[in-house]
Ligand binder design. Sequence first.
Ligand SMILES: C[S@@+](CC[C@H](N)C(=O)[O-])C[C@H]1O[C@@H](n2cnc3c(N)ncnc32)[C@H](O)[C@@H]1O
Length: 214
Amino acid sequence: MQLNNDRLSAFIELMDKDEPDYIYELEKKAGTDDIPIIRPQTRAILRFLLALTKPLKILEVGTATGFSALYMREYGGKGLKITTIENYEKRILEARENFKKYDKSSQIELICGDAAEALPVLSEEFDWIFMDAAKGQYLKFLPDCTRLLKIGGLLISDNVMQDGDVIESRFALERRDRTIHSRMREYIYELKHSNDYETCLLSDGDGVALSVRI
Ligand SMILES: C[S@@+](CC[C@H](N)C(=O)[O-])C[C@H]1O[C@@H](n2cnc3c(N)ncnc32)[C@H](O)[C@@H]1O
């Protein structure tokens, strides 16, 4: 039987439990402002992995307005610390406000600046790295992420299917989308063939690559 992806997704999301009210409020605001936040199926994966692996230190690349950082904080343990990097001034201001309001226990630290400059100066080890910045830059950030991720840690890369574009021939895409398409394919290839990672690709949400550092 051919499965219909839209119906499957709707069913999977319908089965999910309710979230705290502020999560829905932040989601609604992000929708209104057209901020690309983690999708419901990605959230379920994060929740599951938080419960399974109980990370104490997470590095996030791409804060936007802080939705995913607050989401991981909500479902992570009390001792969880999240460091998150964002370079877009308008989003930094909103993330700061959101953290002030919803991260009362100050578990989240925001680094304001370009990840290309922030990552090389970090030296502490992380249990998880959540890669969710500009899709064309994942490959560039990978060496630093590999250096910063502890052995046995998880690198979680979001949006690796690029709304399905990644499976298309580059010639089927608009010229302006071709660079990002080839960079994402290269990134996926690297994760799948690197001696530093064991990776599985999930088509949930916008596609998630789960890589364990070996
Ligand atoms: C998909 S959004 C992040 C969504 C967020 N993780 C969430 O789910 O709530 C990607 C963010 O990465 C930021 N970004 C892109 N390239 C970046 C870079 N080189 N350094 C820091 N932030 C970057 C963008 O400004 C954008 O806000």
